[in-house]
Design a protein around this ligand. Structure first.
Ligand SMILES: Nc1ncnc2c1ncn2[C@@H]1O[C@H](COP(=O)(O)OP(=O)(O)OP(=O)(O)O)[C@@H](O)[C@H]1O
Length: 231
């Protein structure tokens, strides 16, 4: 797998946010610092890190939602489509409209998405909530919609942000089964999770993102041992 060209490469990527430091004073806060790694076609990469380590920020960089403030991200295939789950939805429009928008951002035309809509609604279990604005959804409902769109739209790279940990038991089972199917069909998947079992079950390797800007990449067992020892 790693003999092939990376599908996405990050080199010394950093992202900063503006933070209030007093009256009319702002600081730069580096949420990600010096992240370097390659994502290869067909692999399943797990991302771990403590709360606030920058995992969601990293997914947003991979999704193209935010641009790095330093370093370089290269998408080596022009056809790469990324769909992140809990990020990217517009809160004031409905689930249905967001599903259409997400699909269109992936380059799929509106009528095709509308054709897939019954399956999206069925998989998500949202029922009539699909026509309510997303800002009325719980985190779990948003994740279910995101997962269902990703599942139908079939982007080349799927970003999964803790979605396997949300929802009821039935949805967890359904989404885990769908993920396994994608992984075995050679999709490129990036999973953020705090759950070691999920990572061990699904991933080929793990990237540990640390608040200090450290970023360790390697085999699942090795990285998880170092991660646990760091506590
Ligand atoms: N829009 C923003 N403005 C300012 N600071 C932000 C913003 N988004 C995130 N941050 C800060 O950047 C840091 C990284 O946040 P991020 O959400 O990427 O971490 P995370 O690893 O996904 O956390 P968690 O595991 O808690 O979900 C945090 O300290 C957070 O407070």
């Amino acid at each position: 797998m790693y003999n092939s060209e990376p599908i996405i490469s990050l080199k010394n990527v950093g992202v900063s946010y503006r933070r209030r430091a007093g009256v009319l004073r702002w600081n730069k806060y580096w949420a990600l610092n010096d992240i370097t790694f390659d994502l290869y076609k067909g692999e399943t990469l797990g991302i771990i890190g403590r709360n606030g380590a920058g995992k969601s920020t990293l997914l947003q960089v991979l999704a193209g939602i935010i641009s790095p403030d330093k370093g370089v991200i290269t998408h080596n295939e022009s056809t790469v489509s990324l769909l992140s789950l809990q990020v990217g939805f517009l809160p004031h429009i409905t689930g249905r409209e967001n599903a259409i928008l997400s699909g269109m951002l992936l380059g799929i035309n509106k009528s095709e998405i509308e054709k897939a809509m019954p399956k999206i609604i069925e998989f998500s279990g949202l029922g009539e909530f699909i026509d309510q604005p997303v800002n009325s959804y719980s985190t779990g409902m948003r994740a279910r919609l995101g997962f269902s769109v990703a599942n139908q739209m079939d982007p080349d790279v799927i970003l999964v942000d803790e979605v396997l940990g949300v929802g009821d038991v039935e949805f967890k089972k359904k989404s885990a089964a769908a993920m396994r199917e994608k992984i075995s069909s050679n999709k490129t998947v990036v999973i953020v999770s705090h759950d070691e079992k999920t990572l061990k079950d699904l991933c080929d390797r793990i990237l540990w993102v640390d608040r200090k800007g450290m970023c360790v990449e390697g085999g699942i067992d090795d990285v998880l041992i170092s991660y646990n020892q760091s506590y």
